[in-house]
Write a protein that binds this ligand. Sequence first.
Ligand code: PMP
Length: 377
Amino acid sequence: MAGWLDALESLASSRAKAGLTRRLRPRPAGDPVVDLAGNDYLGLATHPAVIEASAQSLQAYGLGATGSRLVRGSSVAHAELESDLAAWLGAESALVFSSGYLANLAAVRSLTSVCDLIVSDAYNHASLIDGCKISGTRTVVAPHNSPAAVAALLDEHPGRALVVTESVFSVDGDLAPLAELHEVTSARGALLLIDDAHALGLLGPAGAGGVVAAGLAGRSDVVVTATLSKSLGGAGGVVAGPAAFTRHLIDTGRTFIYDTALPPAVAAGVHEALRLARAADDRRALLTSRAAQTVARLSAAGFEVSPPAAGVLSVLAPGPEAALGWADDCRDRGVAVGCFRPPSTPDGSSRLRLTLNAGVSDADFARALDVIVECSP
Ligand code: PMP
């Protein structure tokens, strides 16, 4: 097709005019910047025991899984991780994927083998939205965090429905009313899928996540997904729920069947991180006090911030370019913060996203808050 590069150029210039050009900023190893942008909430990505477990597995298994899970890619490291993930999450069974994105695609799509309607929260992550799309199943978007609206939609559309939500939402950091949502779904025979990505390791006893905290672990009408790349500091995704469902995923989950498995060395490192995360009450307490400190500091400086349910929160910026400039100025002063602009922000408003990290020292954290305030547009 002639002229396609010109067409891309013109799309890029429209994005640039709207302040929506995205950039990659490769970070060097040992980057001295204070990290309030990554998702290493518990500071386990660089924990010596995690690195050691992963290094030993790397020696034993080599670099990659060498195949998909059903061909050659399943290792004892995967099986042991799955068994401990299921125990932690209080689920009958757990299945590991090579990313949280792929876990969500498979979970949503495979659940529609038994559902003919999806009700999806307006602020759901792109991976859940894409799962709804590829399922080809009728999807209605529910207003954010409204069990009453979900109830009304389910009542309007009789049939077997799947309700999809996050537990802690990935940009604003607010918590879904999980117990109320489950009351609504269970009373109507609907299934509830909860993406626990930003709550795993942070909420609930032993950091078992938002679903355990809400008393919904092990329910036969609840399926949990999560990424292993945030509080567990590695990579990969998990779907946890009734064994009949993980069995169904093994047989029908396209992103499970046709994708090369997570490298065993990553599974082993994540498994060690899981052991540490269970015992990390001190790190969780630190994050709780840091969350309060952040809200107090930023509200005193005149910003609107709501108390985060776990380790992520956002601060509104006047527009996309202002958000980018703010993040750049922070970075120039040694503090990495997330900059979220449309289409990544649920309501189209640009913002800084701050993610707390228990590996950051108290002094660095206090300085980072000062820098954010001083650099504000
Ligand atoms: N769900 C949510 C809520 C997320 O924030 C993310 C990560 N951005 C994912 C799923 C995808 O996980 P992964 O990065 O492991 O693909």
